[in-house]
Design a protein around this ligand. Structure first.
Ligand code: KDG
Length: 341
């Protein structure tokens, strides 16, 4: 009898350990080495007075205090380590640990992100937060793992608006032939062509000089970016086109994150969530503050619902283009979550 019980127990123990081993490629790292310090190098593209930078500072404070200094976060703002494309590559390779690009340039690395390039996708920030923080947003983040990246969450770049040096744009007719800089993203390029403009894709770091030297007439970005990077200084009109909501994606090198002790991984995940809420709140507040701060330097052009519709009407066929690029499944998930289908 005892021998039978012993045999059953042995078989059970074997099963459990085998199952555990099969479930994950590597065993979870639960040990926290006493004297090891983990350095987290963060690079991002915006200045110190942006909500993005303040969000990273909040993240740093939480991570460093919760880990009692065992994780140290160093932040390089203002494109010091490169623009969005370079930073995505650097995080993939592990030369930089974390970054926060717009989803648009990330789409040329990982096509699922084209799903966010549907114009007028989100009706409000709250809806954007709900979709991005829900299962549809998570499904897009999950696709990053094959690119040696882990996506922790979405922060806010904001609703994008159009500036230029020539005309108070109110409808697509006003932008015929205007040389507009777009982000490096094929859907954005196609959209501006459909609107009748003459678009040029360009890295963000070159935009200020290109506007100043008038090699381009205009560009489009959220209010915070237009203000904090002083684009309003070299532009005459700011049309509140609100044509697309631009999320920022918090990326971390996949191997670095996977190999962290479980306790530290949780600290990073929690800090990202807290900093996200803080950054979004600040982004919303800054939008109001910064419109006020620049309105004597640039003419703010408000658009009526009919005028906004004249833009969306021209862009209807983009839906199919986005589906073709990003994949129907992921696009439908986003469209369903945002009540579009
Ligand atoms: O790091 C974020 C910035 O690079 C971002 O604001 C870029 O929206 C962007 C643009 O227009 O390139």
């Amino acid at each position: 009898m005892m021998r039978r019980i012993f045999a059953v127990l042995l078989a059970l123990t074997l099963c459990i350990s085998l199952l555990g081993g099969c479930g994950s490629q590597k065993p979870e790292n639960t040990e926290v080495p006493e004297d090891k310090v983990y350095n987290i190098k963060v690079g991002h593209g915006l200045p110190d007075n942006s909500s993005l930078h303040k969000g990273w500072l909040e993240f740093k404070n939480i991570v460093e205090s919760s880990s009692e200094g065992k994780m140290v976060v160093e932040i390089f703002p203002n494109q010091q380590l490169g623009g969005d494309r370079e930073l995505i590559e650097a995080v993939q390779m592990g030369n930089v640990t974390m970054t926060a690009p717009s989803t648009a340039p990330l789409a040329s690395f990982n096509k699922a992100f084209y799903a966010f390039d549907i114009p007028f996708l989100f009706a409000s920030r709250d809806q954007a937060y709900e979709v991005l923080d829900g299962s549809a947003g998570q499904a897009v983040l999950d696709t990053l793992e094959t690119y040696n990246l882990t996506g922790l969450g979405y922060w806010e770049n904001g609703f994008r608006n159009t500036t230029n040096s020539k005309i108070a744009i109110k409808t697509p007719d006003d932008m015929k032939g205007l040389k507009i800089r777009t982000m490096e993203n094929e859907i954005h390029l196609a959209a501006w062509k459909m609107l009748g403009a003459n678009p040029t894709p360009m890295a963000f770091g070159e935009v200020f000089t290109a506007l100043q030297q008038k090699t381009i007439d205009g560009q489009e970005n959220p209010i915070e970016v237009i203000y904090t990077t002083k684009l309003f200084d070299v532009q005459s009109y700011l049309s509140m086109t609100q044509h697309i909501y631009s999320p920022l994606v918090i990326l971390i090198n996949k191997d670095f994150y996977a190999e962290l002790p479980q306790e530290y991984k949780a600290i990073i995940a929690d800090a990202e969530k807290e900093a996200r809420a803080y950054q979004r709140k600040l982004s919303e507040e800054n939008e109001v503050k910064y419109i006020e701060a620049m309105k004597s330097d640039i003419q703010i052009v408000e658009l009526t619902p009919e005028q906004l519709k004249s833009f969306s009407d021209k862009l209807v066929s983009l839906y199919d283009m986005v589906k073709e690029k990003a994949g129907e499944e992921v696009v439908n998930k986003i469209l369903e979550a945002s009540g579009k289908i």
